[in-house]
Structure formats: structure tokens, C-alpha cells
Ligand binder design. Structure first.
Ligand SMILES: C[S@@+](CC[C@H](N)C(=O)[O-])C[C@H]1O[C@@H](n2cnc3c(N)ncnc32)[C@H](O)[C@@H]1O
Length: 212
């Protein structure tokens, strides 16, 4: 996907009180960052931050971290936060491949929301549910592992079900059409989800756990 280049993006991002500028300093110290022992939930590829901001508003007793690689997306998230006061939210401007540099075994839940599907076989390793990513997540999850994934992409969804099963995750919930599911859960939509929902496309959802 192509994103706009925004002039002065770094200055805007770095000024935000939500940004954790050098996250590796806080490895194993995120409790101190949030000044509490609440669970920590991490979204990889948060885009413009719609989901993680609304989650932080809705669940003040959970700490949220939104991680995003692309500057222009971060700028949008930072701008959205201008009139918010959310002590339970932090942002990281970095590559998801580096999360083990930023976190010890500190994360309770990882959200993978509308991640790039990387449909070509040659790009399989870039999918956020490839085994190499699942191994990476092992390094940052606390004792138990918990992944929530939402996507409009059937191929990525099928691949993720298989990849997670092979890795011994069990599924608490799977939906092939989240918004028309009779067991509809309290769902906060991401930016991409809103767009696809309005287009009438089904949203695939899974909630996977591995209990040690
Ligand atoms: C399709 S968008 C979805 C954005 C948001 N989660 C949503 O649902 O609206 C995927 C996002 O993942 C980000 N992304 C892709 N690969 C990444 C990586 N390796 N590390 C961090 N962010 C990444 C992209 O920059 C983009 O903002």
C-alpha cells in the first residue's frame, strides 16, 4: 500500500506526549511507563489509530500501545489525539519485526487488525501470522498468549487459522461475518473495518489463545 509523505512528519510525531520515542529503553519497564500493573494490549499496524484510541477510551483499566511503521499514519493518529487525555495509551513509531527489542514478557494481548495480506507465496513470511511472527510474539507475551485478528481478506484469514492451529493456539471465537453474527460482541471498529463494513463486505474475526 502507498501512503502520502507528510512534510515535517517527524516533528509532529515527536512532539506528541503519546509517543514513546526510544521504546527499547523501556523493555521490561512498561509498568513504570504506565505507572500501574494493568494488562498491556498491543496493536501491530494501528494505521491512523482509530481502534486503539477508542479502545483506550472504552477500557481505562487496560494499557494500550499502538505500533505503526509509516509516518503519515502516525501523524494522523497523533492529530486525532490532540484533544484527548488518555494516560493508558502510548504509541510507537517502528517496525513490528522489532517488538522483541521493545518488550520483555509484558504483553497480554496482540491485535492484528486488517494487516496487509501479502497474498504472494514469496511474501508469506511478511504475514503477521507467519510462524516467524508467532515465535516473535512468544518473546513478548506474558505467560499466556492471546491474539485477536480482524480482516476482510479470506486468504489471510484461512492462512491464519491454519498457522495458529499448527502453533497450538486454540480458538475462543471465530466469525466469518463479525457484524452479522448472532453472538455479536462489543466491537470497536478500525478505520479499514468501517470502510469495508459500509461496502457490505464480511469481516472475519478470530480470538486465539494459548494457555501455558
Ligand atoms: C491496511 S492498514 C490497517 C490499519 C488499521 N489497523 C486499520 O484496521 O484501520 C495496515 C497498517 O499496517 C502498517 N504496517 C504494515 N507493516 C508493518 C510493520 N512491519 N510494522 C508496523 N506497521 C506495519 C501499515 O503501515 C498500515 O498502516
Amino acid at each position: 500500500m502507498r501512503y502520502n509523505v507528510i512534510k515535517g512528519a517527524n516533528t509532529i510525531i515527536n512532539k506528541s506526549a503519546y509517543l514513546v520515542n526510544n521504546p527499547s529503553i523501556y523493555k521490561n519497564k512498561w509498568r513504570e511507563v504506565f505507572s500501574n500493573n494493568n494488562p498491556i494490549h498491543l496493536e501491530l499496524g494501528m494505521g491512523r489509530g482509530e481502534f486503539i484510541i477508542k479502545m483506550a477510551e472504552a477500557y481505562p483499566n487496560i494499557n494500550f500501545i499502538g505500533l505503526e511503521l509509516v509516518d503519515s499514519q502516525m501523524v494522523s493518529a497523533v492529530n486525532k489525539l490532540a484533544n484527548h487525555n488518555l494516560p493508558n495509551l502510548k504509541l510507537i513509531n517502528a517496525d513490528a519485526r522489532d517488538i522483541d527489542k521493545f518488550f520483555g514478557k509484558e504483553i497480554d494481548t496482540i491485535y492484528l487488525t486488517f494487516s496487509e495480506p501479502w497474498p504472494k507465496r514469496i511474501d508469506e513470511k511478511k504475514r503477521f501470522t507467519h510462524e516467524s511472527y508467532l515465535k516473535l510474539y512468544d518473546k513478548v507475551f506474558k505467560k499466556n498468549k492471546h491474539i485477536i485478528l480482524k480482516t476482510d481478506n479470506k486468504g489471510l484469514f484461512a492462512y491464519s487459522l491454519e498457522s495458529l492451529s499448527k502453533y497450538w493456539y486454540i480458538f475462543d471465537r471465530v466469525s466469518l461475518d463479525l457484524h452479522h453474527d448472532e453472538n455479536h460482541i462489543n466491537n470497536i471498529m478500525t478505520d479499514f473495518e468501517k470502510k469495508y463494513y459500509e461496502e457490505g463486505r464480511p469481516i472475519y474475526y478470530l480470538d486465539a489463545k494459548f494457555m501455558n
